[in-house]
Design a protein around this ligand. Structure first.
Ligand SMILES: *Cc1c(COP(=O)(O)O)cnc(C)c1O
Length: 420
């Protein structure tokens, strides 16, 4: 099924807003599937692809990606439950995260997850303890903090202090991590050096740097790795117009880098895995929001929406996930008026509730329906859902022009009994 054309799409979005109210996220499953097809086609043919659930754990989005052949990268019991509920076989799950809680580890093991990315000796020992208690074996990848390539793809390397992984310079610690502990056994490495890398040459450079570091580490420990999780960094437009970039040269470039680092890889060398959240989901989502007020102050026009940082981009202040630059467009016919600069704000009682201090809109007016494109990744999950206690957004899943489901996200609390 193809994506509906512009007029059909506007009428679908208008109908959804009328039937379910706003703010509402609309997720188009056809777009999820086609993003996965594009990325799979652009990666080496024998590379596995994991979907990073933190970008969007909606059950139907996860199910569509898993049905298309992706595995799951999860880092909490909630994400694990979402992957399992979507039908992910446990042997296609990689469990990651810098602070794995022993209870959540035990849950993962009892769900038959057997592949973990470990970040430090303490993290590895906790996994080994959990394996011992559960009476099962597990495999792990040692997450490395590798030198970064500069954004321009030059050869200059710059490391960075981070809570993720173990610095490659820390040879002793890495050597220790590459020895088995109890029922936990190392099988390779995990590297993930950058997100949303827009320049294809810089993206390949990130992989090249990572692979060189992986090669060094494996050589030093005399380890023939069986599995390398190489992360991702595949870019996507976020909350503004744009389409997914393709990477026609990436597969061949990666093949070359892999062959250089692990000659003869196809004859018993390591399997490789990639991870992506935003590329797989960003362009499949649209946030529908209604203009509640238009006012001026000090010469600026403020457009007050029913969606604020509680619904979109609440973590933008933290940097990496999304910039606070949502650029919506009116849904349906426009009268072709003059575009002007406006400040887009949400309904929250805080001056921080700004979605874009320099958006451009034609003739904004109360009641108008706006659509923020490319909001399928890091939408609700990366927002301040609990802040100010507004109702959560509705999430509507569509396939072609058919609405498959509509649910409202809610923050709830449950009674907790004392542990002892
Ligand atoms: C968040 C995350 C990803 C996904 O990042 P995107 O930029 O959404 O593709 C992949 N791997 C790991 C380990 C992550 O933490």
């Amino acid at each position: 099924m193809s994506r509906p054309d512009d007029a059909d799409r506007a009428s679908l979005l208008t109908r959804i807003a009328r039937q379910y109210g706003t703010p509402a996220y609309v997720y188009e499953l056809d777009a999820v599937a086609s993003a996965a097809e594009s990325l799979t086609a652009d990666l080496p043919a024998d590379g596995g692809l994991l979907y990073s659930l933190k970008a969007n754990p909606h059950p139907e989005v996860v199910a569509r990606l898993l049905a298309g052949g992706a595995g799951a990268e999860v880092s909490s019991s909630g994400e694990l439950a979402a992957a399992l509920a979507a039908g992910c076989p446990p042997d296609r799950i990689m469990y990651t995260g810098p602070g794995k809680d022993p209870r959540q580890l035990a849950q993962a093991l009892s769900a038959r997850v057997r592949c973990f990315s470990v970040e430090s000796p303490a993290d590895r020992d906790r996994l080994a303890d959990a394996c011992g208690r559960a009476g099962v074996d597990a495999e792990y990848l040692v997450r490395l903090n590798t030198p970064r390539g500069s954004a321009r793809g030059s050869l200059r390397m710059t490391g960075r202090p981070t809570a993720f992984g173990t610095d490659v310079a820390n040879r002793q610690e890495i050597a220790a991590l590459l020895r088995p502990r109890g029922r936990a056994r190392p099988v390779g490495t995990h590297t993930f050096s950058a997100s949303n890398v827009e320049d294809p040459a810089a993206l390949l450079q990130e992989f090249r740097n990572a692979l060189a570091a992986v090669r060094d580490v494996c050589d030093a420990a005399d380890l023939a790795p069986q599995l390398l999780a190489l992360g991702g960094g595949f870019p996507a437009p976020m909350a503004r117009p744009g389409t997914l970039a393709r990477h026609p040269d990436l597969a061949a470039g990666l093949e070359g880098e892999l062959e250089a680092a692990f000659p003869g890889r196809h004859r018993g060398g390591p399997r490789i895995l990639f991870e992506s959240g935003r590329y797989l989901t960003a362009t499949a989502g649209t946030l529908l929001t209604t203009v509640l007020d238009v006012k001026t102050s000090g010469g600026r026009t403020f457009v007050v929406l029913d969606a604020g940082v509680n619904v979109l981009g609440g973590m933008s202040g933290l940097g990496r996930l999304m910039s606070p630059r949502a650029q919506p467009a009116a849904v349906g016919a426009s009268d072709g008026g003059e575009e002007r600069a406006v400040t887009l704000v949400g309904p929250l009682c805080t001056p921080l509730d700004v979605l874009n201090a320099s958006a451009r809109l034609v003739d904004p007016r109360p009641g108008q329906l706006l659509a923020v494109p490319n909001t399928g990744a890091y939408g609700p999950t990366a927002s301040l859902l609990g802040f100010l206690s507004h109702p959560g957004p509705v999430e509507v899943v569509v396939e072609g022009a058919r609405v498959r489901s509509a649910r409202r996200l809610a923050v709830s609390s449950e009674e907790v009994a004392p542990r002892v």
